[in-house]
Each structure stands twice: as C-alpha cells, then as structure tokens.
Write a protein that binds this ligand. Structure first.
Ligand SMILES: Cc1cc2nc3c(=O)[nH]c(=O)nc-3n(C[C@H](O)[C@H](O)[C@H](O)COP(=O)(O)OP(=O)(O)OC[C@H]3O[C@@H](n4cnc5c(N)ncnc54)[C@H](O)[C@@H]3O)c2cc1C
Length: 448
C-alpha cells in the first residue's frame, strides 16, 4: 500500500460544468477569481498553497523583503464561493482523450481544462550548471539564495585564506535581462551599505559582483537607451558587467567563460532564461520550443475545451510571430479574455480573438535608478522612473497587507540604507540541493 492510498482529490459533483485550472500564478489566479463568479465549478490546482509575485523575488533573495510579503495564500485570495475548490497538488499528467488530469493521489475529470502552469528555469541542457547554480523562479529559490549568501559571509569571517574568502564573497549573475540587472544592483547595494557594517572584519573590496550577458547589451527586450543606461548605473555601482560572453561551465567553484576567463565563486545565480513547463501527456506536435501552441482564443490547437494561457502558451500572430513575451500582463490579459470567451462559448456564440495591450516594461537598478520604456517610444530613467517602478509594483501586489508591508519596508530601507531580512533560517547546504525530493512528492518538482 502506498502512502497516498487513503488520499483522493474529493471534488463533489455539480450541475455546473467543471473547469480545472492548473497553476495559480498571474494567469491562473486571475482566471479563478473571475470564473468563480460565473456558472462554473472551478477547481484550482497548484503545487504550492500560495500565489507568488515573482518580480520581487530578487528582493527576498537580497534581504530587502520578507518572503511572506510577496506571496498570498491561495485559500485566502479566493474564498466564500461554494463552486470553488483549491487542491495543493502537483499535476503530473494530462489525458486529453479521456479528459482528466492525474496527480499522485488520483485523477480528476474536467469539462474544461486550462493550463496556466507557467515556466521553469532554462539551463539550456547544461546539467552541471543546473546542479550547481542558483535559479530564481520560486520563493524557495529566493530563500535558498539568501541563506546561502549570508552563510558565505559568516564562513568568510572564520577564514584567513584569501583565495577561499574571495570565492565566498564573489557572486556571478548570469543573464542581463531585468532579473539579472535587478539582482546585480541589489547585491551591489548590500555590498555598499549593509555588509561592511555587519561584517567589519571583512574587506569588501575583495567582493566582486559580475553580471554576464551572452549578447552584446543588457535588457535586450527593452530599448537600446534603457540597456545602455542600466549598464551605466551598474558601472557606477562597481558591478563588473561582461557582455558578449557565455558561461561554459561551473564546477569546483570556478565559473569558466567561453573565452577561458575563470572566476572563482561559490555563488552562481542563473537568470539567463525560462522555458514553458510542459506537463506529461500533452501530444508532442502541440509543443513548440517548450510552449503549447494555442489559437487566438487560447484554445490548444485542435481542441474545443482545452486551453493554455500565460508563459506556457504560444499564441503566434502577425504582431507576435514567435508568441507573446513571457511576462505577467500577457498572462493576466489572457485570463481576463478567456473568461469572456468561455461565457460566449457556453452561450453558443462566437468567441473573440485575443489582442495584447503592451503597457511597457521597466527595470530598477537600486535606489533612485530605474529605466522605463512605454508604448509610443516614451522612455525615461533615473529618480522618476524609480518612483514609477515602485508605484506599479506596489499596485500589482495582491492584498492590502502586502502592499502596506512592502511600502513600509521600502520606506525604511530608503532612509536607513538597511535591508533588514538577514536571518539565516534555512541552513541551506548546496550539497543537499535536491532537498525538495525529501519533501512530499505530492507537491514538488524535481526540476526547477
Ligand atoms: C525573477 C522573475 C522576475 C520577473 N519579473 C517580471 C516583471 O518585472 N514583469 C513582468 O511582467 N513579468 C516578470 N516576470 C515574469 C512573470 O512572472 C511571468 O511572466 C508570469 O508569472 C507568468 O504567469 P503564469 O500565470 O503564466 O505563470 P506563473 O505566474 O509562473 O504561475 C504558474 C503557477 O503554476 C504552478 N505550477 C507549475 N507547475 C505545476 C504543476 N505541474 N502542477 C500544479 N501547479 C503547477 C506554480 O506553482 C505557479 O503557481 C518575472 C519572472 C521571474 C522569474
């Protein structure tokens, strides 16, 4: 008898059609919150019991915010609806023929299936880097990284061996997109304002922060102006920005670039890209570059009642021949649009094609420094851009309490130059990086 034999998903029968939503991220949460108000039975399944605001993961990793401030419990975010059921389970398999999804504790059938299970870190097939580097995609990753960095400083205090201390202090960030730029900027601020006070015994001139980007400039998805400005800001923060170079290997605490440059570090942060997270059972011909091909209604090609939205979906159009960018507004807008279409479909009416409204993009590189690109070729940088960045992120976070806590934290950090969440509570040991396997496999992923 397996450990799970006494468990099952337990969803009562309903006279409403059952919509199973996989993933309570930006797309899945929005969809669930809207669909529960309609005549559907909504079953939301997520491997975590919380929704996480990924754009601020880097602040958790660099001690700027506490983990709970950027997440919200799923059961609290959607409550008091008799037609809503949340199950904290990892979906393992989709069976499109018999219309059911499988988990470790059993199957559940659906009338409508909507995959909103997002993306995972793309290590581009390099197992060695996957094993040794730190991804930044989930809340647990951010907490692992924070603990690892702080443990390294504690270890550095205990050693007199210069090369060893340098490898503990050095940090290499890979990927010059918004995440890489933001994490490098935040680390530089830690180094400048916080760490020298916490560790007066250490010489932080020995700490080098590198940002490695394979193409010839930073922030490739944004304007040249914003990329150049981000580079300029990072130079000012003494981050070593290296463009046009790739990380080839990382073992024995040595990062090797494709020009044979070697950097000694015990911390490699991998922010070089994500790929759609494909659940078993989805026919191969429906997947392209790790994303599920959908039509303009988010219907998975060839299916009436099977949809995918957000990062995992690839909707090709004239404007977006390779599919939409993997960003939160796409997932949210597709969720909103799909609710309208499901209602039309129920009424036997024609569905409407999705049209993405791009509201712009932005990145911050520490206090008073940010870059913003808005539609209509409007670009601005500096203090005003930073204020806009903070306002937009604050407004996008779920829950008033989280908004309030983050606002107070940012205010405090601004005036005191502090980043107060520096407790080592996980005792993260890189050799146990597969610790997730030790947790119940009802929920967790062996991949990233
Ligand atoms: C560090 C970082 C910073 C970012 N910054 C920005 C930014 O500034 N602006 C922006 O617009 N976008 C940003 N993004 C991208 C943005 O977060 C994604 O585009 C967005 O989250 C996609 O939404 P989604 O609903 O498709 O997936 P997600 O929000 O990723 O949600 C997927 C959900 O599915 C669950 N799940 C996955 N697999 C399973 C399974 N098998 N079974 C059950 N549950 C499962 C996950 O637990 C998760 O809750 C950032 C991403 C990262 C990682």
């Amino acid at each position: 008898m397996s450990n799970f034999d006494h468990l099952s998903i337990h969803i009562p029968k309903s006279h409403y059609p059952r919509v199973v939503i996989v993933g309570g991220g930006f797309g899945g949460l929005k969809l669930s919150r809207m669909l529960v108000k309609e005549k559907f039975q909504v079953v939301l399944m997520d491997r975590n019991n919380y929704h996480v605001f990924q754009p601020l993961l880097y602040q958790v990793a660099t001690a700027g915010l506490e983990a709970d401030a950027i997440a919200g419990p799923m059961r609290k975010l959607i409550k008091e609806y008799d037609n809503f059921f949340f199950r904290m389970l990892r979906v393992l398999k989709v069976d499109v023929e018999s219309k059911k999804v499988s988990t470790k504790v059993g199957d559940i059938s659906y009338d409508y299936l909507i995959l909103a299970n997002g993306a995972k870190t793309n290590f581009f097939g390099n197992d060695q880097i996957m094993k040794n580097a730190f991804p930044l995609k989930q809340l647990s990753h951010a907490l692992d990284l924070r603990s690892h960095l702080l443990q390294n400083f504690e270890k550095a205090v205990l050693s007199n061996e210069r090369a060893y201390v340098e490898s503990l202090l050095n940090v290499v960030v890979v990927g010059g997109g918004p995440t890489g730029v933001e994490v490098a900027g935040a680390l530089a601020e830690l180094k400048g304002h916080v760490l020298p006070k916490d560790y007066p015994e250490l010489n932080f001139r020995q700490m080098n922060i590198y940002l490695i980007e394979g193409t010839d400039r930073l922030l490739n998805g944004m304007s040249q102006n914003s990329g150049d400005k981000a580079h300029y800001y990072l130079d000012g923060l003494m981050v070593n920005v290296i463009t046009g170079k790739f990380v080839q290997s990382y073992e024995n605490n040595v990062v090797k670039l494709n020009d044979d440059t070697e950097i000694h570090t015990q911390t490699l942060i991998w922010a070089a890209g994500v790929m759609g997270s494909i659940i078993d059972g989805i026919p191969k011909e429906l997947v392209e570059k790790s994303r599920i091909l959908v039509n303009e209604f988010n219907q998975v090609n060839g299916f009436e009642n099977f949809y995918a939205i957000g990062d995992v979906a690839c909707m090709k159009s004239e404007k977006f021949p390779k599919g939409h960018p993997m960003v939160a507004p796409v997932a949210i807008q597709q969720a909103e649009h799909l609710v309208k279409n499901l209602k039309l479909q129920m009424q036997g009416k024609e569905m409407l094609g999705f049209d993405y409204t791009n509201k712009g993009s932005m990145a911050t590189i520490g206090r008073n420094r940010a870059v913003v690109d808005l539609p209509g070729d409007i670009k601005f940088t500096g203090l005003f851009a930073w204020a806009v960045w903070m306002f937009v992120h604050l407004m996008s976070i779920v829950g008033f309490k989280n908004k309030f806590i983050i606002f107070i934290n940012w205010l405090w950090n601004y005036f005191t130059y502090d980043r107060g969440n520096r407790l080592i509570v996980r005792f993260f040991n890189p050799t146990l990086k597969d610790y997730e396997e030790n947790q119940s496999d009802l929920y967790t992923d062996n991949d990233e």
